[in-house]
Write a protein that binds this ligand. Structure first.
Ligand SMILES: C[S@@+](CC[C@H](N)C(=O)[O-])C[C@H]1O[C@@H](n2cnc3c(N)ncnc32)[C@H](O)[C@@H]1O
Length: 393
């Protein structure tokens, strides 16, 4: 049983987990439980901040079994009514007993009942070092952290990219991973299409996750940008954190390919880019589509009703035109995940594109139609992303 500490959009994080692992149990607003046959990898889950495994024994028993040498421990207390004080007391109690038994113990304390991602990461409590342990307490249950989101690696590949364009919008790499994962559990080497690839953020994440990145965009300049960014990501820089992740993906891919037969083995983790209008382009083979669609004009203030109508019309016609063009080119059950725009209104609600019925009439099933919208937005942003999950019927 695994525990996920969810990110700032818990609904989106839960949808990501559900799409990969099936049924999940909502423990609290920001904690979910799920089962997985293989150990889940935090580096692939944009929506989870930490992953932990349930302890089958009491924390003291577990800590006493750690090999000789100094131990570092941190406690995140998610129990009802927990405080910084309760977490500190718990950690100090464990330290006291272990010290009495001759162990040298350092306790990492946070500013709150729970340790922030940065505190865990920067104190080495990310599950990699068996002597540096973070325990998550939820009432009477304890979990051992096995992975912490590498916020530094995300910002390196976000801000370090050579080709950036503020006007095209900045799809956060974490959200790009979520969009890919919402396609479901895909085989290594699957071909992921982003038909609005822009500067290639989603394609970068697809590559790092061991998929074949296929990008098209109406703008030749954007294709050049994507190419520069993907080459930068793949360049042979031994010190690069991405390279390490990439090598691991390739290893996984090779071992999976051995089980999947020769067709899978022939595919390499690489990319293909070409200029094309999503409403009439012909793509070669693809296994899944994940993209941030055209989001309309960048906005710094709430649009008037007339402006909103114009923007909605333009964005709807591009997305609908794309889906109409795509339908005959893909096989049944191909997953398609689109981040569509939704605009902030004076009442604080988001106004969404009204296109779901038309999408269904084109031969798609909108998988999240019955749910409230799956939104990704940040404080002060006028244009939010409204995530639509489809499958060809
Ligand atoms: C919001 S941006 C996507 C940004 C992208 N996720 C990134 O990582 O930079 C939308 C992109 O859609 C492209 N676009 C607009 N209309 C298009 C169309 N009809 N066909 C293909 N691309 C289009 C734009 O050139 C732009 O790059």
């Amino acid at each position: 049983m695994y525990l996920a500490v969810l990110g700032r959009e818990p609904e989106l994080s839960n949808a990501e987990l559900e799409s990969l692992f099936g049924k999940i149990t909502h423990l609290t607003n920001n904690l979910s439980l799920f089962d997985s046959k293989t150990t889940p990898d935090i580096n692939r889950l944009g929506g989870s901040l930490k992953l932990a495994e349930k302890l089958s024994e009491k924390p003291l028993e577990f800590l006493s079994k750690i090999e000789d040498g100094k131990i570092t421990i941190g406690i995140s207390d998610y129990s009802k009514g927990a405080s910084k004080k309760s977490a500190t007391l718990e950690a100090m109690k464990l330290k006291k007993i272990l010290t009495r038994h001759g162990r040298s113990v350092r306790v990492v304390l946070g500013d709150d009942a729970v340790l922030s991602t940065a505190t865990s990461l920067h104190n080495g409590l990310s599950g990699k070092n068996p002597k540096k342990i973070e325990l998550i307490k939820v009432d009477n249950d304890y979990y051992k952290v096995i992975g912490v989101q590498d916020i530094d690696a995300y910002s390196r590949r976000d801000q370090g990219r050579p080709a950036r364009d503020a006007k095209v919008g900045m799809l956060p790499p974490k959200l790009a991973q979520i969009l890919i994962n919402l396609c479901g559990a895909l085989k290594p080497g699957s071909i992921i299409l982003d038909p609005f690839c822009g500067t290639g953020v989603l394609l970068q994440e697809a590559l790092l996750m061991g998929y074949f990145a296929y990008g098209t965009d109406i703008s030749e300049r954007m294709i050049e940008y994507s190419e520069r960014n993907l080459k930068w990501l793949l360049q042979d820089n031994r010190k690069s954190a991405f390279e390490t992740v990439l090598r691991r993906r390739e290893q996984e891919e090779r071992s999976a390919a051995r089980n999947d037969g020769p067709a899978q083995a022939r595919r390499e983790s690489t990319f293909l880019l070409s200029q094309g209008n999503a409403t009439d382009h012909k793509w070669s083979k693809l296994d899944a589509v994940a993209c941030e669609g055209y989001l309309g004009k960048p906005m710094s203030k709430i649009p008037s009703d007339i402006e909103l109508k114009e923007q909605k019309q333009e964005c709807s016609s591009i997305i609908l035109g794309f889906l109409k063009n795509l339908a005959p080119q893909i096989v049944k059950n191909t997953p398609i995940v689109i981040a569509a725009p939704a605009w902030l209104r004076e009442n604080g609600e988001y106004s969404r594109l009204e296109i779901l019925d038309q999408i269904e009439n084109m031969g798609y099933n909108v998988e999240n139609k019955s749910r409230e919208g799956l939104f990704y937005h940040r404080e002060g942003q006028i244009v939010a992303r409204d995530i639509i999950i489809l499958r060809k019927v």
